[in-house]
Design a protein around this ligand. Structure first.
Ligand code: SAH
Length: 263
């Protein structure tokens, strides 16, 4: 194999493609074109099969998530495989759920590829938080209820300090921000307790699982009842937790279905 020495520029190319939240119709045209012209695809867990099916039949598909019951592939190994494939002259697509640059470590992949002298293009996808909220017919911002949005992870890098939920709660309360929490269901109890230091227990919350997919489910509740409500409904990953007044209608519909229908 004719592999150029490490760190020398190569003629190969890699595209990081956002596959959106799951529904294939939410792909961008650019994403579709990139998938259709790939010769090798490295595919994340949360990318639906219908989207992978847009790849040419001759393309090599490499699943690097937890599919098949395996532990997910270590990040460094994925990056190494991508570099090797580009150097072998492949048209490499890295297919990531949602948007490549909202969590999911897209930034680290770009840095690694660029350090290896590989040109990278990034194609946006619709991030899960956006799709989840919109699927309920609710806006993330609203002139009366929310002046901004925070996308935040509920799952910090192991050993890292993690999100300052108390500061975030106080800021969200005073600045009227909607909180969109990714990877938060397994730590919902802890997040709830921390957020309650700065936000009222009555703050409306929605939890949406499998947004945009036929299996989508959601609950409406309040911050004070969040962890119990998740447990009762049996919601699990992948889910988005949305905290803020824009969710008032969803929380009300859950608490008083009759009243919400009449409203
Ligand atoms: N880059 C992705 C996020 C990757 S982190 C994006 O922009 O959407 C993975 C987390 O995203 C999951 O734990 C979950 O919180 C969220 N997520 C991804 N797909 C989802 C879906 N269809 N419905 C609800 N949450 C989803």
């Amino acid at each position: 194999m004719n592999t150029p020495p490490k760190n020398l520029p190569t003629s190969g190319h890699c595209t990081l493609v956002g596959a959106g939240p799951g529904d294939p119709e939410l792909l961008t045209l650019k994403a579709l074109k990139a998938i259709q012209s790939a010769t090798v695809l490295f595919v994340d867990d949360l990318v639906s099969n219908e989207i992978v099916a847009f790849a040419p039949p001759t393309a090599r598909i490499v699943y690097v998530g937890k599919r098949g019951g395996c532990k997910s592939t270590p990040q460094e190994f994925i990056e190494k495989l991508m570099v090797m494939a580009v150097r072998e002259g492949e048209t490499v697509v890295r297919l990531k759920g949602g948007d490549p640059f909202i969590f999911g470590r897209g930034g680290e992949e770009v840095e690694h590829l660029q350090a290896a002298g590989i040109a990278v293009t990034v194609i946006n996808g619709i991030t899960a938080g956006l799709a989840a909220v919109t699927s309920l017919g609710v806006p993330l911002t609203h002139r009366q209820h929310a002046h901004g949005v925070v996308f935040v992870t509920g799952h910090a890098k192991p050993g890292a300090a993690g999100t300052d939920w108390r500061l975030l709660a106080a800021t969200a309360h005073s600045a009227r921000l909607t909180l969109v929490i990714y990877m938060g269901v397994s730590g919902a109890g802890r997040i709830q307790q921390e957020l309650l230091t700065g936000l009222p227990a009555s703050t409306p919350v929605a939890v949406i699982q499998n947004a945009s997919l036929p299996t989508q489910r959601h609950i409406g509740t309040t911050l004070g009842l969040l962890a119990d409500a998740i447990e009762q409904a049996g919601l699990a990953s992948p889910s988005i937790i949305v905290v803020g007044d824009v969710m008032a209608g969803v929380a009300l519909a859950a608490a008083h279905p009759q009243a919400a229908r009449a409203a």
